[in-house]
Write a protein that binds this ligand. Structure first.
Ligand SMILES: [Zn+2]
Ligand SMILES: [Zn+2]
Length: 472
């Protein structure tokens, strides 16, 4: 009887922070197994049926209310528990990348050559976020807290921009704060941003003709494309330093002896600031028009992805940083250390010793080098994204090395750091209205009167049949 009383009292006497960490630990094996299962069945953006269903069903089984196939995307969902304010959101992703199939070994070896693989670790991202959501829900339930914890199952981060359609559908309208994380080579919280990114396919239409017998009758669509790209190369010198412009000629014609009637350029431009990028983009459009004008061809522009830069949040960064220090890193087992060192040998230059026990939380700023639709969310709701050490130092995303580690216990250790940090942070936010107010004040300050814009029109249909990668 006495023992029973102690057992019943335990969750109440422990702090919410200690208790929620216990709950993360209790569910870790289950969500670790889910992350592995998603890793074993890598699915491309908008086609993450199995991955999305695994997470959705697990959250449903844990008492969450599911809104399925939201915003016109079969693999998008939200899972909510609780009611009323505050609403704390946690973002999950689960899409894989093309041609990165990889076994969980420290040498390059595909499971199926040319097949997709989890080279960005989204199997860990989605599962770690769901693990935190379940732990937080249990803690809210045990303590009778008011408020809502909501998991966002967001498809196609790698080039479809699922979150943008979810924003347009109003799914973030009632959320107070959004937390998320990304696999990386260190445990890191700071004020870094990401690059705004805009992309389009430029389709040139000309007139086909025999290239030797009647070249005067033809108008080359490839010439239009080449002239556009020449103008882009001229432009390169006269844009702000941080600008990135990259392209491929995705269609250059069918045969050299036929004047190409069709040609296509697939192009992406990036800059740390979305407004500056918009100005640069207007000039790229002029390059395309110039190419068409001079070659008497016609150009059509088909919008592809458009991601905003991430708006840092000073208050959330401080809160999450504090919690990551509390969550702590982890130590490698001898076997894991060996694996990490083997992985490092495959780099041209190794970057430091594996030290996943370190936590790097500071207020440093930077523009980052990649792009994500988390940026779009961050202009709509106070948002904080951090990284956890799922990879040996020096591992770049979108590589076989990242894909290999995302399937191992090294990846899952990092996922646990992330889930602990997310759960502690969500508990802080749910307990303390001042913390949410501070996040909102910091949000308004960073926005400085600007608001989110996107080239993805509200009401436009998500490209759910899209299979090609536009990897971020
Ligand atoms: Zn990626
Ligand atoms: Zn990613």
């Amino acid at each position: 009887m006495r023992l029973l009383t102690i057992l019943v009292l335990l969750p109440v006497t422990a702090t919410a922070e200690d208790a929620v960490l216990g709950r993360v630990a209790a569910h870790f094996d289950r969500f670790g197994a889910i992350s592995r299962q998603i890793w074993e069945t890598p699915e491309l953006g908008f086609h993450e049926q199995k991955s999305s269903a695994l997470l959705r069903d697990e959250l449903r089984a844990n008492g969450f209310t599911i809104a399925d196939a939201v915003a016109g995307m079969p693999t998008a969902f939200t899972a909510s528990w609780g009611s009323g304010k505050p609403v704390v959101g946690i973002l999950g992703e689960f899409d894989a990348l093309p041609a990165l199939s990889q076994k969980d070994v420290p040498v390059q070896e595909a499971v199926v050559a040319g097949a997709p693989g989890h080279g960005c670790g989204h199997n860990l991202l989605g599962s770690g976020a769901a693990l935190a959501a379940v732990a937080v829900k249990e803690e809210m339930q045990a303590r009778g807290w008011k408020g809502t914890i909501r998991y966002y199952g967001t498809p196609a981060e790698e080039g479809g921009g699922g979150k943008i359609y979810m924003i347009h559908a109003g799914l973030f309208r009632d959320v107070d704060v959004v937390l998320t994380w990304h696999p990386g080579d260190s445990n890191r919280v700071n004020l870094h941003s990401s690059l705004a990114n805009n992309g389009a396919k430029f389709k040139f239409y000309g007139i086909a003709s025999h290239a030797a017998a009647a070249p005067d009758k033809g108008r080359s669509a490839l010439d239009g494309a080449l002239l556009m790209l020449h103008a882009v190369e001229m432009l390169r010198e006269h844009v702000p330093q941080e600008t990135r412009m990259h392209y491929i000629i995705s269609n250059g014609g069918s045969a050299p002896n036929v004047v190409p009637a069709f040609s296509e350029v697939n192009m992406v431009a990036r800059h740390p600031d979305m407004t500056t990028l918009d100005g640069i983009w207007q000039r790229i459009l002029k390059c395309a028009q110039a190419g068409a004008l001079a070659t008497e061809t016609r150009v059509e522009v088909e919008q592809s992805t458009n991601y905003a830069n991430t708006l840092p949040n000073d208050a959330l960064s401080a809160l999450v940083g504090r919690n990551m220090r509390k969550a702590g890193g982890y130590q490698y087992t001898a076997e894991e250390r060996k694996f990490a060192e083997e992985i490092q040998k495959s780099f041209a230059s190794a970057k430091g010793l594996p030290e996943p026990d370190k936590v790097l939380a500071d207020a440093s700023e930077g523009s980052g080098s990649a792009s994500s639709d988390v940026g779009d969310v961050s202009w709509n709701v106070p948002t904080l994204s951090f990284t956890a050490a799922t990879y040996a130092p020096g591992t770049a995303a979108h590589t076989w090395q990242a894909a290999a580690q995302a399937g191992t216990s090294i990846g899952r250790n990092g996922m646990l750091v992330a889930a602990r940090t997310l759960a502690l942070s969500a508990v802080d936010l749910l307990q303390d209205p001042n913390a949410i107010d501070a996040a909102k004040t910091a949000f308004e300050k960073r926005k400085a009167g600007r608001s989110w814009t996107t080239h993805i029109a509200a009401g436009s249909a998500p490209p759910v049949n899209y299979r090609e990668s536009n990897s971020r």
